[in-house]
Design a protein around this ligand. Structure first.
Ligand code: SAJ
Length: 438
């Protein structure tokens, strides 16, 4: 077993450090955020994932996982730091990766292996991390190994996928990938696959998320087109997917989270050929405007509108609100400009719905999974009570089992807009409510 220093105890670094410690390695979890370290040491885990709290606490209490504000010399350095998108330039902010590489340089020894796991534009390991490490006077391949291996775990199923997903490992020229393969072999049940090089491995990670984002954009466009034909898009998609080579994704109120809305742009960092990929991003980002357009179309003459939004998390059964379409909808409807802009740019193309009410919207948001959030959340009954319309924006299990009679009793209006297709159409057909879905 080896000494491993994990740089960054975020959504990927923390579970990875805990799993490595459970596999028998001697792990330092290094983070610069003192508050985060203190709360982790108290057993206060800031992210909700099945089994994570006990895995971290057990690893920490056994001594296999140390939590530290200092990076320690180690045979393996894993970089798991954030790579945010610079919204102005649509490019990756690599400052955390660069800082981590400089930190590693200070304690790098002959024979060590450095692995970058953060999602990055292609060529980052070879052209950003490598020169920083080599400023130590050591040479990649001759003195230390340098590898890129993307994390591919699904939020909501992180501990399982850390162990079961295949791992792609791509090395920088001159490096021997075997040492990195050995580390993953110690806790991964999936296959460990060698990419031709680190740049290919970086590209593969982006291609995976771009595939999903682009496919969702296609589903969203089909949903809007289906609505123009008076067709239920979800029934059509289910039928289309009976073909052995068709796998359309699910339409929805937009794509949230911290990966799909960002990663496709990284492909364009050193290429100006993004076309379909960029358009897909715009379509997905435009879905909230499309929903506002539907509301404007449904309520053309109302002076004021009270909207109950069900779902602040970016997807079902998670507590994470990063990039949440539900919250974007809440902010858009609450904004003083919403009334003038109606549904914004997309509306002109997709509906003739007119504008939102002159006096603006009152917005209430419910989500029992979410604790910290930029808008005030209300209990379910309070959220629905007297509202003109309920909009389901997250596919939480509890919304799938919402009691239609309860909603009918509480709601002031008669419209329920299900943007996730979670409500059972038949169960809702016995009420006086109108169920409209994307
Ligand atoms: N969504 C749809 N329609 C769909 C599927 C998803 O609208 O058919 C929406 C979700 O509701 C959510 C967003 O897309 O708002 C993203 O959710 P997701 O479950 O597709 O993905 P993430 O962001 O939670 O995790 C993705 C995963 N990537 C792939 O499945 C290719 C995960 O495996 C990655 O590890 C993760 O990104 C990451 O860290 O990159």
């Amino acid at each position: 077993m080896s000494r491993v220093c994990v740089h960054g105890l975020g959504y990927i670094g923390l579970p990875t450090a805990a799993v490595l410690a459970t596999a028998g390695h001697d792990v330092t979890g290094f983070d610069t955020d003192a508050e985060r370290l203190e709360s982790l040491a108290r057993g206060d885990i800031y992210m909700q994932e099945d089994g994570l709290e006990s895995t971290v606490v057990d690893a920490y209490e056994s001594g296999a996982l140390d939590l530290s504000d200092r990076a320690e010399p180690a045979e393996y350095h894993l970089i798991c730091v954030p790579t945010p998108l610079d919204a102005e330039t649509n490019s990756a902010d690599l400052s955390y990766v660069e800082t981590a590489a400089r930190t590693i340089r200070r304690c790098l020894r002959t024979g060590d292996t450095v692995i970058l796991e953060s999602t990055v534009p292609p060529a980052t390991t070879a052209e950003v991390v490598k020169p920083i490490l080599e400023a130590s006077g050591m040479e990649t391949g001759a003195d230390f190994d340098l590898v890129y291996s993307p994390e591919t775990v699904l939020p909501g199923n992180v501990l399982v996928e850390l162990r079961t997903n295949d791992r792609i490992v791509g090395h920088v020229d001159g490096t021997h990938p075997d040492t990195a393969v050995d580390l993953y072999d110690s806790f991964v049940d999936g296959e460990i696959v060698r990419a031709p090089d680190a740049t290919t491995a970086e590209f593969v990670k982006l291609a995976q998320n771009t595939f999903r984002d682009t496919n969702i954009a296609l589903a969203n466009e089909l949903a809007m087109v289906a609505d123009d034909y008076g067709i239920d898009s979800r029934e059509a998609i289910t039928l289309a997917n009976r073909h052995p080579r068709v796998n359309l994704h699910d339409p929805g109120p937009g794509v949230g989270g911290h990966c799909l809305p960002i990663d496709p742009w990284f492909l364009g960092q050193r290429s100006d050929r993004l076309d379909l990929v960029a358009r897909a991003r715009q379509i997905n980002d435009g879905m909230v405007d499309y929903i506002v357009g539907i509301l404007a179309e449904e309520f053309p003459t109302t002076d004021s509108l009270t909207v109950a939004i069900l779902g602040a998390a970016y997807k079902g059964n998670v507590a994470d609100t990063r990039g949440s379409p539900g919250l974007t909808l809440a902010r858009t409807l609450s904004s003083p400009h919403a009334a003038e802009s109606g549904a914004g740019v997309t509306q002109d193309r997709v509906t003739d719905g007119g504008n939102l009410p002159r006096n603006g919207c009152t917005v209430r948001v419910h989500d029992s999974h979410v604790e910290d959030c930029s808008v005030t959340l209300s209990p379910l009954e309070e959220t629905l009570s007297g509202a003109d319309v309920a909009v389901v924006t997250t596919d939480h299990d509890e919304y799938a089992t919402l009691d239609p009679d309860l909603v009918a009793d509480l709601l002031g209006g008669d419209l329920v807009l299900d943007t996730r297709g979670v409500l059972d159409v038949e169960a809702w057909s016995d009420t006086d409510l109108r169920l409209r879905r994307l």
